[in-house]
Design a protein around this ligand. Structure first.
Ligand code: KIV
Length: 285
């Protein structure tokens, strides 16, 4: 494969201007980052979805700054080219603006992320402004914002009526004005997402927001059917890694239990002399 230059915020903006779709996927550790980077994604999101697909929680709310830093470090070690964005977890940006900037800075300084993603609209504008002034690129996240699942009353499509649609457009414009480098639009009707996309000059990255967005993002475990139990309408699976793992590991279990593994090619042999000494007659100890 041709060597690629590391993707930057300018590349993302240029991609929008030139109408070249941006491919983004989540990754949470070294091997997944290495594989998706080699596969040619433009951006990797260390999503707080790791709380659900990696750590087994039933929402993203229990995810901590320490979890995010730990996983971001592993992802950036596995990435050569993709633009790595790390999620700001629940309540890490709701205290003072200074605390929020400090937390965002940790994801960059310790995790080596290139940008952070923050859920919300008007209410996070002061944080977006300060982060941007401090040299921390911010990706916004509008529509279904999973950290507010309990306030929203479940994982539901957002921006369906005209007021909510106009609010999304306003929020996206405010994020752009505050310096955001891109905006994720999650679970938004395609026509609304298209209008948001046309209203701003920074890229929109859709998940369940139709083909009119400037890019798309999906969760690694959903794309690969890797032990992901829920399958929202907007997910397309491109592989069945979960079934491959179960099949391979059950073969391993069966071969261990029937002594077919390890075979001679997986086994080290002692020298004839040692064998004689170990097993030969008269050896006692
Ligand atoms: O945490 C995550 O994976 C996300 C995507 C669903 C956009 O925020």
């Amino acid at each position: 494969m041709q060597k690629r230059n590391p993707v930057t915020t300018s590349d993302l903006k240029k991609a929008k201007a030139e109408k070249r779709p941006i491919a983004m996927i989540t990754a949470y550790d070294y091997p997944s980052a290495k594989l998706v980077d080699e596969a040619g994604v433009d951006c990797i999101l260390v999503g707080d979805s790791l709380g659900m697909v990696v750590l087994g929680y039933d929402s993203t709310i229990p995810v901590t700054m320490e979890d995010m830093i730990h996983h971001t470090k592993a992802v950036t070690r596995g990435t050569k080219t993709a633009f790595v964005v790390a999620d700001m977890p629940f309540l890490s940006y709701h205290g003072t603006v200074e605390e929020a900037v400090k937390n965002a800075g940790r994801l960059m300084q310790e995790g080596l992320a290139k940008a952070v993603k923050i859920e919300g609209g008007q209410e996070i504008i002061p944080v977006v402004k300060r982060c941007t002034q401090a040299g921390i690129p911010v990706m916004g996240h509008l529509g279904l914002t999973p950290q507010s699942v309990h306030q929203m009353g479940g994982y539901k499509v957002q921006g369906k009526d005209i007021e909510a649609a106009l609010q999304l457009i306003e929020d996206a414009k405010a994020l752009e004005a505050a310096g955001a480098c891109a905006v994720v639009l999650e679970c938004v009707p395609a026509e609304v997402a298209q209008k948001v996309t046309d209203s701003i000059n920074i890229p929109t990255i859709g998940i369940g927001a139709g083909v009119g967005c400037d890019g798309q993002v999906l969760v690694f475990h959903d794309v690969l059917s890797y032990a992901s139990s829920i399958r929202p309408k907007f997910v397309k699976t491109y592989g069945n890694i979960g079934a491959m793992i179960t099949e391979a590991v059950s073969s391993y279990v069966m071969e261990v239990k029937t002594r077919r593994f390890p075979a001679s090619e997986h086994t080290f042999a002692a020298s004839e002399e040692t064998i004689q000494q170990l097993y030969g007659e008269g050896v006692t100890r």
